[in-house]
Write a protein that binds this ligand. Structure first.
Ligand SMILES: [Zn+2]
Length: 79
């Protein structure tokens, strides 16, 4: 699978580390939520079949983080 790094262009997926879901919304005041709710923010992520915004790290290249949208069923990268 080729992943388009915004700075380096298309590279093999072996050069990257997966960073999980992108755009995770955290509470504005972390002290206002209980431990169970905070665990939900930290450990529970969506796992949809279809288009999904993700974080990727170009570990063997520019060493930068970026977001892209990938279809989890076909691996098509949309952005
Ligand atoms: Zn890069």
């Amino acid at each position: 699978m080729l992943i388009p790094c915004p700075w380096c262009g298309d590279r093999e997926d072996a050069e990257f580390k997966y960073g999980g879901a992108a755009d995770v919304a955290y509470p504005k005041d972390p002290g206002s939520v209980d431990d169970q709710a905070w665990a939900g923010y930290l450990f529970f992520r969506p796992n949809p079949k279809g288009r999904f915004p993700e974080r990727w790290y170009h570990a063997a290249g520019c060493r930068r983080w970026f977001n892209l949208v990938r279809d989890t069923a076909t691996h098509e990268i949309v952005t």
